[in-house]
Design a protein around this ligand. Structure first.
Ligand code: FAD
Length: 433
C-alpha cells in the first residue's frame, strides 16, 4: 500500500486499504459502505499532485482510478470525447491527435497525471494563456456523491439542469464526489505554429517583456518564463544549445492562420528586442519546438533530482504585477539566503516557485517554511492567489483561510455538506485541519 500513501509532495500517510474499482457501480458500493460505517475515502489519479490532495491523511480507503482508464469515445464531428477518469492525459492527447484534434489544457505532468486528477485540480498547462484550463473543456461529469449516489451533469445528464453543477465540481479536489466519467470538449489542431525563444541577462527584462506582451492585445498560445536559477539548474541536466548560464528566458508560441501568426510573430520580436535580449530565435520547425517543450516539461523533475529538498509552490498574480512579484521573490531569496528557482505560465501571472536546498536539517526546513509563508503573504498583497493550478490539498490549508472571506467559506462548507453530509470524502483537506 506504500505507493498509495503519497504524491509529489512526498508527504506520507499510509492508507488502511486500497481498492481498484473498474466501474461506477463498484465506486457506489464502496462509498455507500463508507457512508454507513463512516470511514474516509480518498480518490487517487496519477498521484502527481503538488499539494498532498491524494494523500490519505486521515487513513481510510484509497480509491485508485487506474483501472477506470478507457477512452470511451472520440467524436471528431462533435469535437468531443467521453473518458473514464483514470485515462492518462497524454494518452488522450495522442488519441485525439490521430483525428486532427487536440486537448489543450494538458499539464506538464501529462505523462503521469490523469484526466480525473486534472479535473479535480482544475489543472492548466503551457497553453492555458490562450486556451484556458480544464474547466473550460468540461461538457459533463458523472460523479458519485458522499452518499454513494450517482449524479450526472451537463451533456451526461438526461434532465434539463436547473443549474449546471459541472464547474462547481471542477477544482473541488475530491472533496465533493468521486468522478467516474467525463465528457470533454476538443479543438481542431492548429495549422500554423510559430515558436520563439528569447533570453536576457537580467530577470527583470524578461518579466517586463512578458508584461508588455500581456498588455499588447496579442493572444499567444504559450507565454512562459524561466528565471536565472532555473536556467542554471537546467544546464546541469540538459545539453540545450539555446540556453546560457546566467540568463533568464521567455518562451512564446503563437498559433492560428498563417498571416496572423506571421504578423503576431513580428510584434513579439519588436517587443522582445526593446529589452535588449542576449539571444532571439524564432522557429516553425516542429522538431525544435518539441525539443524546447520537452526541456520545459522536464524542469520540475530535473530540480527534483538535483536537490534533496524541493518545495514547489504555485502562486498567481494579475499578469501586470509579474515584474513586481519577480523582484520580490529575488529579495525573499536574499533575505533568507535560499535558492529559489521560479518558472511557469507567466502569461497568466502564474509562477512555480521552488525552494531548493541540499541541506536537509530542521533549521533549513523551518527557514523554508517561513519563506513560503512570506511568499503567500506577498502574493495576496499583490491581489493574487496562493494556487494557480496545483490546488490547496494539505500543504496550503493554513493559507487558504487568509485568501477567502468568511462568507465564502461558509457557503463552501454548506456545499460540501450537501454533497458529502458525513464528511467522508477526502477529509482533512483545503480548510479542514
Ligand atoms: C513534473 C510535474 C509537472 C506538473 N505540471 C503541472 C502543470 O503544468 N499544470 C498543473 O495544473 N499541474 C501540474 N502538476 C501537478 C499535477 O500533475 C496536477 O495537479 C494533476 O492534475 C494531478 O493529476 P493526478 O491524476 O496525478 O491527481 P492526483 O495527484 O492523484 O490527485 C489530485 C487530486 O485529485 C483528486 N482526484 C483524483 N482523481 C479523482 C477523481 N476521479 N474524482 C475525484 N477526485 C479525484 C485527488 O483526491 C486529489 O485531491 C505537475 C506535477 C508534476 C509532478
Amino acid at each position: 500500500m506504500a505507493p498509495y500513501g503519497s504524491d509529489s509532495t512526498k508527504i506520507f500517510h499510509p492508507p488502511e486499504l486500497v481498492v481498484l474499482p473498474s466501474s461506477v457501480e463498484q465506486v457506489c458500493q464502496i462509498v455507500k459502505l463508507a457512508y454507513g460505517l463512516r470511514f474516509p475515502v480518498v480518490c487517487r489519479g496519477g498521484g502527481s499532485g503538488f499539494a498532498g490532495g491524494a494523500v490519505p491523511v486521515s487513513g481510510g480507503v484509497v480509491i485508485s482510478m487506474e483501472k477506470m482508464n478507457r477512452i470511451i469515445e472520440v467524436n471528431p464531428d462533435g469535437y468531443s470525447a467521453i473518458v473514464e477518469p483514470g485515462v492518462i492525459t497524454q494518452d488522450l492527447t495522442l488519441e485525439v491527435e490521430k483525428q486532427g484534434l487536440t486537448y489543450p489544457p494538458e499539464p506538464s505532468s501529462r505523462d503521469v497525471s490523469t484526466i480525473g486528477g486534472n479535473l479535480a485540480h482544475n489543472s492548466g498547462g503551457l497553453k492555458s494563456r490562450k486556451y484556458g484550463v480544464t474547466k473550460d473543456y468540461l461538457l459533463g461529469i458523472e460523479l458519485v456523491t458522499g452518499r454513494g449516489e450517482t449524479l450526472r451533469t451537463g451533456c451526461l445528464s438526461d434532465d434539463e439542469d436547473f443549474c449546471d453543477l459541472t464547474s462547481i465540481i471542477a477544482g473541488s479536489e475530491g472533496t465533493l464526489g468521486i468522478v467516474t466519467k467525463i465528457a470533454l470538449r476538443l479543438v481542431r489542431k492548429p495549422k500554423t505554429v510559430s515558436t520563439i525563444l528569447v533570453t536576457y541577462d537580467e530577470p527583470l527584462k524578461a518579466a517586463k517583456t512578458i508584461a508588455e506582451i500581456n498588455t499588447s492585445g496579442l493572444s499567444p498560445t504559450i507565454l512562459e518564463y524561466i528565471d536565472v536559477d532555473t536556467m542554471n539548474c537546467i544546464l546541469e541536466k540538459f545539453d540545450f544549445p539555446f540556453f546560457k548560464r546566467g540568463d533568464s528566458a521567455v518562451l512564446v508560441e503563437l498559433d492560428g492562420n498563417a498571416k496572423q501568426v506571421r504578423s503576431d510573430t513580428h510584434q513579439i520580436e519588436r517587443i522582445s528586442r526593446n529589452y535588449s535580449p542576449s539571444f532571439y530565435r524564432q522557429t516553425n520547425s516542429e522538431q525544435t519546438r518539441e525539443k524546447l517543450w520537452d526541456v520545459r516539461r522536464s524542469i520540475s523533475p530535473a530540480l527534483e533530482e538535483l536537490f534533496l529538498i524541493k518545495i514547489s509552490e504555485d502562486v498567481c498574480v494579475p499578469p501586470s504585477k509579474l515584474p513586481e512579484l519577480v523582484e520580490r521573490i529575488r529579495r525573499l531569496g536574499a533575505k533568507y539566503d535560499l535558492k529559489i528557482a521560479s518558472f511557469g505560465h507567466a502569461g497568466d501571472g502564474n509562477l512555480h516557485v521552488n525552494f531548493l536546498t541540499n541541506r536537509d536539517t530542521a533549521a533549513q526546513r523551518r527557514k523554508i517554511k517561513r519563506a513560503v509563508g512570506e511568499l503567500f503573504d506577498m502574493t495576496l498583497a499583490l491581489r493574487g492567489t496562493i494556487s494557480g493550478e496545483h490546488g490547496v490539498g494539505i500543504s496550503k490549508r493554513k493559507y487558504f483561510k487568509k485568501q477567502i472571506r468568511p462568507a465564502e467559506l461558509k457557503l463552501m462548507k454548506s456545499l460540501k455538506s450537501a454533497f458529502d453530509p458525513r464528511g467522508i470524502l477526502n477529509p482533512g483537506k483545503i480548510w479542514e485541519e
